[in-house]
Design a protein around this ligand. Structure first.
Ligand code: NDP
Length: 254
């Protein structure tokens, strides 16, 4: 199993914690060299030390996905260090939830910039390397909120947009051996969902209980659930799986 991603390099955005960290760990445990970029410098340093202790090949770089040059430099450095950039996981995310009548331009723009422009930046930065080597796997992290969610007009729009972006990349890049797919998680226990509980004024346990009551398999999701699906898309053997979205939410939501 450790050989699954041997000689592959995975580039993960927003990967210092939560789902991104779970994905980075999964790839590293399965033999990949991993680059993690994030704006959270402290969490990045902790991850780098933790992964190095475990003998993983890791490169962590503070980079904001909304800033193209920062992403491009991190991709270039990854290629110089590891010799290839094979897998991109567009995971960096923020929420600025509010009902429409209270949502500000800033709430809207911030969410669009991180999720949509950020994914565009990273995909654009890696594509020349992937096209050149005639191999690549792009996995975008969407959300069940793409189907619509109260208080998330900005986030739902961005996550639905990411699915259109995914399908377009699949069409444009498929002939170069580069696939693009999306994972759409449901409720996953991370700092992001903890922040949601705090914002709506309930404890995290209460939010977990309320969410689990709606989930057919009767439990909340963990970062590993998403990592497992991202790894399926990123597998070399998944070359005929292109432009697809898998909802990883413990069962249908609609
Ligand atoms: P977290 O908030 O735990 O982690 C997101 C990470 O992205 C943070 O480290 C954050 O840094 C970083 N980040 C934010 N903005 C940028 C930026 N501009 N450039 C680089 N890094 C950035 O979230 P999750 O792990 O829960 O979510 C990961 C992804 O999964 C997101 O795209 C999210 O929308 C999606 N998702 C999550 C679900 C859930 O239930 N948790 C459900 C469906 C989808 P910092 O905190 O310092 O800003």
């Amino acid at each position: 199993m450790r050989e699954r991603f041997k000689d592959r390099t995975a580039f993960i955005t927003g990967g210092s914690r939560g789902i991104g960290k779970g994905i980075a760990r999964h790839f590293a445990e399965n033999g990949a060299k991993v680059t993690v970029i994030d704006v959270n410098e402290e969490a990045l340093q902790e991850l780098e030390a933790e992964f190095r202790d475990e003998g993983f090949e890791v490169f962590c770089q503070k980079a904001d996905v909304t800033q193209y040059k920062e992403v491009e430099n991190a991709v270039k450095e990854t290629h110089e260090r590891f010799g290839s950039v094979d897998i991109l996981i567009n995971n960096a995310g923020v929420i600025r939830d509010n009902m429409l009548y209270k949502m500000t331009d800033e709430d809207w723009d911030t969410v669009m910039d991180v999720h949509l422009k950020g994914s565009f930046h990273a995909a654009r930065a890696v594509q020349s390397y992937m096209v050149e080597q005639k191999y690549g796997r792009i996995v975008n992290i969407s959300s069940t909120s793409a189907l619509g969610n109260r208080g998330q007009a900005n986030y739902a729009t961005a996550k639905a947009g990411l699915q259109g972006f995914t399908k377009t990349l699949a069409i444009e890049l498929g002939k170069y051996g580069v696939t693009a797919n999306a994972v759409a998680p449901g409720f996953i226990e991370t700092d992001m969902t903890k922040a949601t509980a705090a914002r709506i004024g309930i404890t995290f346990d209460e939010l977990v209980q309320a969410s689990v009551a709606q989930i057919p398999v009767g439990r909340s999701g963990k970062p590993e659930d998403i990592a497992h699906t991202a790894a399926f898309f990123a597998d070399e053997a998944s070359s005929f799986v292109n432009g697809q979205v898998i909802y990883v939410a413990g069962g249908p939501r609609t």
